[in-house]
Design a protein around this ligand. Structure first.
Ligand SMILES: C[C@H](O)CC(=O)C(=O)O
Ligand SMILES: [Mn+2]
Length: 340
């Protein structure tokens, strides 16, 4: 079957952030089976922060991710199950274990300017025979030329594809386009694009990315992803179909999966809430939203103030501990202002 666009469904990984890492084996089996039957080629399954992400810092998983991965692999007849790995959180050992469970793809994620830390993980993933993807997070924080240089490093380590990842959902359409163009000029491997919908631009940015030559695209069914979610997979499929772009994925099956299986999993409907909007507006890592909301409740302050300050300080993934520090500082400041 011909596919112009290669889809990776991320709800079972990025969506883990949105439900506080509470996926059960039954939910993963149902969703993965539905995605496989709809002919989705890649399904990512891991803790939201990748292999070994379950921790106090990032949030504890209800079910060990290896159980979830194994369950997904067991029901997929055609789809490759993939894992995300952030070097420093996950290790080569975790990658070996995941490969042993039958995953077919590894996505090695680094901050947009730190591709050099992905070398060993990319080498190992290739040795294991996995489709290997470089994943440059918080791409709005790197100028197009810098991003292209970093993508070039991942290509030189052996990555099969490199993704521009708009972790904060902060990119404007022309910024997404110029980043894809810059990578296109330097790479001879496919380019991917991963969006977040915090500014309601996930679809627009994805279409611009495709127009500029990105061919590997992420989506989350029913928008089940961090922040306001990702490009909504079933909507993207309909739009691409209208544009005459082949994905090979069955639209009706995806619509049914979204409505009947994924919607009931959502703790609250995926909307652009005020906090999600501030993520995009201030350029903050989408997975910080629930952490910031918890800290705001604890300190009796406005979660938007925390997110704006994190954006000002240019906090990046891995700095989740800063959220509570910032909240405590704001609370302190608020109380000293009141005293005066
Ligand atoms: C660890 C992050 O959630 C990876 C991701 O999906 C993003 O940066 O966006
Ligand atoms: Mn994401």
């Amino acid at each position: 079957m011909s596919r112009d666009i290669v889809l990776t469904e991320v709800a079972l990984r990025d969506g883990s952030h949105a439900i506080n890492h509470q996926f059960t084996v039954e939910q993963v089996v149902e969703v993965a089976r539905g995605l496989d039957e709809a002919n989705v080629p890649h399904i990512e399954v891991s803790h939201g922060d990748g292999l070994a992400g379950s921790s106090l810092q990032y949030g504890l998983s209800r079910t060990h991710e290896l159980e979830l991965i194994e369950a997904a692999v067991s029901v997929c007849k055609q789809a490759k199950v993939g894992v995300l790995l952030l070097p420093g959180i996950g290790t080569i050992k975790d990658l070996n274990t995941a490969a042993g469970l039958g995953v077919g793809m590894a996505r090695i994620a680094t901050h947009a300017t730190e591709a050099d830390v992905s070398a060993q993980h990319i080498y190992r993933s290739k040795e294991l025979g996995l489709t290997t993807v470089g994943f440059l997070m918080m791409s709005h924080m790197a100028a197009p030329e810098k991003l292209a240089e970093q993508a070039g490093l991942m290509q030189s380590y052996g990555a099969d594809v490199v993704y521009i990842v708009d972790s904060a959902g902060a990119l404007l359409p022309d910024q997404a386009g110029e980043r894809v163009r810059a990578l296109k000029q330097c790479l001879n491997i496919p380019i991917g694009f991963h969006a977040h919908n915090n500014l309601s631009l996930a679809m627009a940015n994805t279409l611009v990315a495709i127009q500029e030559g990105a061919t590997w695209i992420d989506g989350s069914v029913r928008c089940l992803g961090a922040g306001a979610g990702n490009t909504q997979t079933e909507v993207l499929l309909a739009v691409l179909d209208r544009m005459g772009i082949q994905t090979g994925v069955d639209l009706y099956k995806m619509m049914d999966l979204a409505e009947e299986i994924v919607s009931p999993i959502l703790q609250v409907p995926q909307e652009i809430t005020r906090d999600a909007l501030v993520l995009g507006y201030a350029g903050v890592y989408s997975s910080f939203r629930l952490h910031a909301e918890r800290a705001a409740r604890k300190f009796g302050i406005d979660s938007r103030d925390i997110l704006i300050e994190l954006g000002r300080r240019k906090a990046v993934g891995g700095q989740e501990d800063m959220i509570v520090d910032v909240a405590a500082e704001i609370a302190q400041l608020n109380s000293s202002t009141k005293i005066r």
